[in-house]
Design a protein around this ligand. Structure first.
Ligand SMILES: [Zn+2]
Length: 279
């Protein structure tokens, strides 16, 4: 059974019983469309489906399926949930439109393994006058099993580390410390970021700026790079997220901007105003 969204599934819930539900929802924005990956299995199970499929969350496809996080809910049965390519999703929809019988055989090898230890990777350019005050920036060092994670988030983490490497090479040492963190396990629930926050909670008031980081939610002033993301979701979480997709000039510009942001704030006379912790 193919539906174009949760509303249609609710309307046609009786027809979903015992079926595989395919959410063939074209990409609008990531936030809007990723809901089908996140909670599609729960909604389909609630309607009595035996499995759910989603159209990969991407505006453009070369028949590359996209992986990503999803969640179950303790109130309904855990049914298999998989992403197929937009091309295949449309084909199935056309076949059903012609009243053809569609049989899908799911062969899925994903498993959830026990937790093991992994670490954030931290490097610093120590400040000259106020080394305990910190500008933190970084990216995540984990990636999905498909592809290489070049865009998500190799480019991000390398840009941050290049930024302090360049400052060091230029002999620029600001008053405060610039700390680059390669966050571990972002994709599977922001575990590295959360662990950093918990381990450094006592000194968060001495974090004067966070660039591209999740501790911004705790009242630490934040800055980010708004890059042209048009193509990001073409490749992200797919086998095609390889380093050839990164434009060296774009990466160099990101490095320059991050280096300037970090250096200026780390070296200012004053610190930036702080907000209260967001909830
Ligand atoms: Zn990701």
């Amino acid at each position: 059974m193919v539906v174009r969204g949760f509303d249609e599934l609710r309307e046609r819930a009786a027809a979903a019983r015992g079926k595989i539900v395919l959410f063939n929802v074209p990409f609008t924005t990531y936030g809007e469309t990723v809901r089908y990956r996140g909670t599609g299995a729960v909604e389909a199970a609630r309607a009595g489906a035996v499995a759910s499929l989603i159209r990969s969350v991407t505006p453009y496809s070369q028949r590359t399926p996209h992986t990503g996080g999803m969640a179950y809910d303790s109130t309904v049965r855990r049914i298999p949930h998989a992403a197929i390519t937009p091309e295949d999703a449309d084909m199935i929809e056309r076949m059903l439109g012609r009243r053809q019988r569609v049989v899908v055989r799911l062969v899925m090898t994903a498993r959830t393994l026990p937790d093991v230890q992994s670490r954030n990777v931290i490097g610093e350019l120590r400040g000259t006058e106020k080394p305990d005050e910190i500008v933190v920036m970084g990216g995540h060092i984990d990636s999905w099993d498909v592809g290489r994670g070049a865009m998500d988030d190799g480019g991000g983490v390398v840009a941050a580390w290049e930024a302090i490497r360049i400052l060091k090479e230029l002999g620029l040492r600001p008053r405060r410390t610039i700390r680059v963190v390669g966050w571990t396990n972002e994709e599977n629930g922001l575990r590295g970021g959360n662990a950093y926050r918990d381990a450094h909670r006592a000194e968060l008031d001495r974090h004067v700026l966070a660039i591209e980081s999740d501790i911004m939610q705790l009242g630490v002033p934040g800055m980010g790079l708004t890059v042209d993301g048009t193509r990001y979701f073409w490749y992200h979480h797919t086998d095609a997220d390889t380093v050839d997709k990164l434009d060296p000039r774009d990466v160099a510009l990101c490095v320059a901007v991050m280096a300037v942001m970090a250096y200026v704030v780390a070296d200012m006379e004053e610190t930036l105003p702080r907000g209260g912790p967001a909830r």
